[in-house]
Ligand binder design. Structure first.
Ligand code: SF4
Ligand code: SF4
Length: 162
């Protein structure tokens, strides 16, 4: 049976995710956030904050992989034409290169899932597995407002150092 998970002292998505109701952009710490502790307006927090659950909170990975500890927030989002993709939002700079992020990326590519890396600075990168590759994707996402870099990816690109 899956253990009941709670955010506890994690406040990672209060930085990585935008909150339209607060006009809070993604990648900035919310002004209501007590980092590492919780939300100062918890009982009055916006609806988006009430409903959001990262993939770890709903059971992805081990208990010790809580997003604030790993430095990345995992999400699973359906991208039209690509299907369910793993999104990894970087909480701390460099964490998308960590062993944890590399392993999650590799495992998802191995089963044919696309993976989006959203760094703290710079453009997001969409890694698309061979079986879902379509040159049109470069135009579709590369022309988007966020200018996502689209990369044809193989799982071996994310092997971990011995
Ligand atoms: S990243 Fe996940 S575990 Fe952390 S506060 Fe957000 S929903 Fe909770
Ligand atoms: S309102 Fe609270 S829960 Fe929502 S982003 Fe800000 S600190 Fe986090």
């Amino acid at each position: 049976m899956l253990e009941e998970r709670t955010c506890g002292g994690c406040t990672a998505c209060c930085k990585t995710h935008g909150v339209a109701e607060l006009k809070k952009p993604s990648g900035t710490i919310c002004f209501h956030c007590d980092v590492g502790s919780g939300c100062r307006v918890y009982s009055k927090r916006p609806q988006a904050c009430r409903t959001y659950k990262c993939s770890w909170l709903i059971g992805l990975g081990l208990l010790e992989y809580r997003p604030d500890k790993m430095g990345v927030v995992p999400d699973h989002v359906d991208i039209p034409g690509l299907g369910i993709a793993l999104w990894l939002y970087e909480v701390k700079s460099g964490k998308l290169l960590s062993k944890f992020a590399r392993r999650q990326t590799r495992l998802n590519l191995e089963v044919g899932n696309a993976v989006l890396h959203v760094p703290t600075v710079g453009r997001a990168k969409l890694f698309v597995p061979e079986n879902k590759w379509d040159p049109e994707l470069e135009f579709r996402f590369g022309d988007s407002k966020q200018k996502v870099v689209v990369i044809r990816a193989r799982p071996e690109m994310f092997s971990e150092p011995a």
